[in-house]
Design a protein around this ligand. Structure first.
Ligand SMILES: Nc1ncnc2c1ncn2[C@@H]1O[C@H](COP(=O)(O)OP(=O)(O)O)[C@@H](O)[C@H]1O
Ligand SMILES: O=P(O)(O)O[C@H]1O[C@H](CO)[C@@H](O[C@H]2O[C@H](CO)[C@@H](O)[C@H](O)[C@H]2O)[C@H](O)[C@H]1O
Length: 434
């Protein structure tokens, strides 16, 4: 079932007024350090006193449609939901972790579903671009689902829902199964056609999951090799690529070498425009791009994860799970869903080993040895799981180019989000260009 949004009313406009003070402190609010222009675009009456506001936020290059579910209650609440403000005598609460919103959203969702208790919901804290809520099984009380309330609503298919759904249908067990998903239909602007997009998805909860990046950092910090886990991860990534190819097909690309080469030089231009200090690396990057352009062929393209790194994998009960199929958050949707080289995901994980070693406190030879062991193991695991038709030299060159591409992306990502981590991709560039 698709929820139908209506045009905003006076109360929606008043609620958006409250959001001006509340939104800037939300981790998922995409406008940082600047005043955003907020406009109510549409609203869904989900249940009595529960509405979902679709709010356009604009500032500089940011122009997004945000989902802000709110619940209106009488008087002051002693609950845990964040208070957005007050309207008359009523208190406005963030709906994302509130039982009234969660219950109503799931009641309008499609999918196999699960019998979860929304009154015992627990909001996941930490660095996230959305708001995730853990929901226990009604009978056992054990966590059964994790509902991701998407904070940015976009028209069209959502890879983070579509891809796991298809992988599950392929019988691939390396991804948490989507159990329920809710969609909304709204009018983006006066006179425009109605658009449809997703509000949220509940997936099977992976019990006792450890974040792959935290786990790798811990290994590095304690001087423990990550090779065994990396090898298993390589096998899982290979399995994922096999299932993705079966689900979405593959495309032979006669212009592959030129396309990969051009993509790298385009990335260089984009990154240099954002971080001018990169200009002195341009020659080295272009030399690698030229080598790629001279290749006779590249492997077939296929659907990939698109932003695979250790923070996108969970380790639970001796197994790896892959999550977060949204692709690179800085790229447009069309680019994120385009068939690509499977090796791009492998390159993404390789980059993560540099990060884990650095964050785990390793430097110099110790860092080089730790990452070399993890890299070798990942590649061995991947090769064992995905016999490929490319020769070693081509694979090595493509991985170098794709790692460079990712590193340039990271230089910009860190400059914008975590300047103190900028030295990590900077050192990566040094390594890849020597
Ligand atoms: N199926 C799951 N089971 C258990 N924990 C999960 C599951 N999916 C995500 N998580 C946890 O929730 C966090 C946020 O999920 P993620 O998909 O990365 O959200 P976001 O898109 O907001 O960054 C993850 O880092 C992970 O710790
Ligand atoms: O997780 P997201 O989809 O939001 O991905 C973005 O943020 C990542 C950081 O959380 C960023 O990843 C970079 O940092 C990781 C360590 O925090 C590291 O493991 C990755 O290798 C590194 O690229 C990712 O690039 C960005 O798209």
């Amino acid at each position: 079932m698709i929820l139908d949004a209506r045009d905003p009313d006076d109360l929606d406009a008043e609620l958006v007024g409250l959001l001006r003070a509340w939104l800037p402190d939300r981790r998922w609010f995409p406008v940082k350090g600047a005043a955003a222009e907020l406009t109510a675009v549409a609203s869904v009456d989900l249940a009595d006193d529960v509405r979902v506001l679709l709010v356009r936020a604009r500032a500089g290059s940011v122009d997004v449609l945000l989902q802000v579910p709110v619940v209106l209650v009488d008087g002051v609440t002693g609950g845990t939901a964040s208070v957005v403000g007050t309207v008359g005598t009523r208190t406005v609460l963030d709906g994302a972790g509130h039982a009234a919103f969660l219950g109503a959203l799931l009641a309008h969702a499609d999918g196999p579903g699960a019998d979860v208790d929304v009154t015992a919901a627990r909001v996941v804290t930490g660095e996230q671009s959305n708001t995730s809520v853990i929901l226990p099984d009604r009978a056992t009380g054990a966590p059964a689902g994790i509902l991701k309330v998407l904070r940015t609503v976009a028209a069209g298919e959502n890879p983070d829902i579509d891809v796991p759904r298809r992988l599950t249908r392929q019988g691939w067990g390396g991804v948490p199964e989507p159990l329920a998903w809710a969609q909304v239909r709204w009018t983006p602007a006066a006179g425009a056609e109605r658009a449809v997009g997703y509000l949220g998805v509940m997936s099977t909860f992976v019990p006792g999951a450890e974040d792959g990046f935290e786990l790798a950092c811990l290994h590095a910090r304690e001087g423990r090799a990550f090779g065994d886990l990396a090898r298993e991860l390589g096998e899982v990534v290979a399995g994922m690529h096999g299932a993705l190819a079966a689900a979405f097909g593959t495309t032979d690309d006669a212009a592959g070498p030129a396309a990969v080469s051009e993509a790298l030089t385009t990335r260089l231009a984009w990154a240099t425009a954002a971080v001018p200090g990169l200009a002195d690396r341009a020659e080295g990057v272009r030399a690698v791009a030229a080598e790629v352009a001279a290749l006779p062929a590249t492997p077939p393209r296929q659907r990939v994860h698109g932003d695979l790194h250790l923070g996108q994998v969970l380790r639970s009960r001796g197994r790896w799970f892959v999550i977060d199929f949204e692709g690179e958050p800085l790229a447009p949707l069309a680019e994120r869903t385009r068939p690509d080289l499977a090796l791009r995901d492998v390159a993404g994980v390789l980059r993560s080993f540099d990060y884990a070693a650095a964050v785990g406190g390793l430097t110099g030879d110790a860092a080089a040895a730790w990452t070399a062991d993890a890299r070798e193991a990942l590649l061995a695991g991947y090769a064992a799981g995905a016999p490929t038709d490319v020769d070693d030299a081509t694979r090595t060159l493509l991985l170098r180019a794709l790692e460079l591409d990712k590193t340039l992306y990271e230089v910009v990502y860190e400059a914008r989000n975590r300047p103190t981590w900028a030295p990590i991709p900077a050192a990566g560039l040094d390594r890849l260009l020597t």
